[in-house]
Design a protein around this ligand. Sequence first.
Ligand SMILES: Cc1cc2nc3c(=O)[nH]c(=O)nc-3n(C[C@H](O)[C@H](O)[C@H](O)COP(=O)(O)OP(=O)(O)OC[C@H]3O[C@@H](n4cnc5c(N)ncnc54)[C@H](O)[C@@H]3O)c2cc1C
Length: 303
Amino acid sequence: MAKGVIIETKSGRMAVTASVLIDATGDGDVANFLGAPWEKGSEKGGLMQPATLFFRLSGVDRKAVDRYISEHPEERHFKTFAKVAKELGEFIPSKHDVLFFYTPRSDEVAVNTTRIHNVDGTNVFDRTKAEIETRRQVRTLVHFFKKYVPGFQNCYLSNTAPEVGFRETRRIIGDYILTKEDVLNVHQFHDNIAQCAYMIDIHDPTGTQLFYTPVPEGKSYGIPYRCLLPKNIDNLIVAGRCISATHEAQGSLRVMPPSFNIGQAAGTAAAIAVIDQVKARDVNVAKLRKMLAEQGQVIDGGF
Ligand SMILES: Cc1cc2nc3c(=O)[nH]c(=O)nc-3n(C[C@H](O)[C@H](O)[C@H](O)COP(=O)(O)OP(=O)(O)OC[C@H]3O[C@@H](n4cnc5c(N)ncnc54)[C@H](O)[C@@H]3O)c2cc1C
């Protein structure tokens, strides 16, 4: 039975106690420290997706970028520039193309192109290595953009993410393990607490490819409450990308919208457990689903 968590603060070490805990660390840290079972990586070899440090460039002439892309639609990801720069040793990240997004600021883009393989986000030494390597890649990418890509000549680095992002680490083993088949067959469950329509999106754990497998057009699959309940622990609920799922299923539910929805369900379930004085596992699922529906959460059957 978990009692709470120990936290380190400016005022020193403290304990926060609770009758029900929610692990929303993304990595299942609390579940791990409590001895919950978990898995990591692919079925063969336990390989995990690469990590990436996002960064932003300002001073971008986005009109010039748009013009270039509309005249060269096949060069939307600047593959040719990247190839040339790679050959000249001026483009280090192990990725074929350059992925970036416009932000609400008119002269700014957010870049998702750094990449490091074979690092485990639950290992502090790997995390440090990933911070150093991806920050080094940011430098080469800023140089690459300024030198090669139309519209970026006057750009400058305006922000890096506070820390490198890991797409995948621990997945707890819960009362149900969501599978690739559940995702692709858009399976629905009696204890759905959320819906997800996002494709299976796996960045190659060893190479440069992106493996996309869409769910059927216009459909979504259910995420059962049982995936939030780690085996062997009664008063812990897990939320976010570390819920109970296979490597492939996690490749779909790992993104932000399902994580929000799972978090909403975890919080609501914890409140019910406290008020009704029951274990998280014994929460009345009909009541949970009714409350989530009243909150506007889409819990059943697609959109
Ligand atoms: C490079 C990259 C690009 C992505 N692009 C997209 C995208 O375009 N669209 C999309 O929808 N999703 C995207 N994702 C996925 C998405 O960002 C995450 O998978 C999602 O945020 C997972 O949510 P979460 O709540 O499980 O974990 P997180 O958002 O990681 O939240 C976990 C929180 O817990 C904190 N924490 C962790 N461990 C501890 C601890 N031991 N003690 C205290 N605090 C702790 C962390 O600091 C963090 O604040 C991307 C992810 C990456 C890495």
